[in-house]
Ligand binder design. Structure first.
Ligand code: ACO
Length: 151
């Protein structure tokens, strides 16, 4: 699988980013200060992740999404390790990712690849999104932040 960084001139793959985030407004809050990495199949973007520098020690994966037709084939796991590798190569000590408190599959996946829960942002979803968001039939409230130390 080949991961490619999008240039500033290329279109932002909002359709795919919206699989992981609720609104274009929410995406626009981080996308301009981030780098976008994609996997393509027959010139179509089928997977994406968005990486942002948080501080001198840490990068954050702001968005990760795989086209629903290609989920469950190991692409997300591959992207998470690619993101960690990129942050490590650049000398960052840790990489972080956040997800909703009811996002069980995502929480399992991130912990499986070495992320550990380190912070909970209380009421993050009601405070930041105009409409209620449900995952697995449960109203999202808190943002769970996970961190992976990079050696
Ligand atoms: N659908 C299916 N399986 C999932 C999902 C999901 N939404 N999320 C996690 N998994 C599990 C799989 O069961 C698998 O477990 P296993 O190893 O025991 O079989 C494990 O995650 C790894 O599966 P992969 O095939 O490597 O992951 P995939 O390519 O499906 O990518 C991702 C995972 C990115 C979460 C993808 O399913 C997706 O795009 N989901 C919708 C968008 C989303 O929720 N993004 C994350 C939001 S948080 C953020 O963006 C910072």
């Amino acid at each position: 699988m080949k991961v490619r960084q999008l240039t500033r001139q290329e279109p932002i793959p909002y359709d795919l980013l919206l699989v992981a985030d609720e609104t274009i407004e929410a995406i626009d809050k981080y996308i301009k200060d981030s780098e976008i990495f994609v996997i393509e199949l027959k010139e179509k973007v089928i997977a994406v992740y968005v990486l942002q520098v948080m501080d001198t020690h840490m990068m954050e994966i702001k968005n990760i999404a795989v086209d629903p037709a290609h989920q469950g084939q190991g692409i997300g796991t591959f992207l998470l390790s690619d993101a960690a590798q990129k942050a490590r190569e650049r000398g960052f000590r840790a990489i972080t990712i956040g997800t909703g408190d009811a996002a069980r599959k995502q929480l399992d996946l991130y912990q499986k690849v070495g992320f550990k829960i380190f912070k909970v942002k209380k009421n993050f979803f009601p405070d930041n999104y105009p409409d209620p968001i449900y995952e697995n039939g449960i109203l999202l409230r808190d943002m769970i932040l996970l961190k992976k130390d990079l050696k």
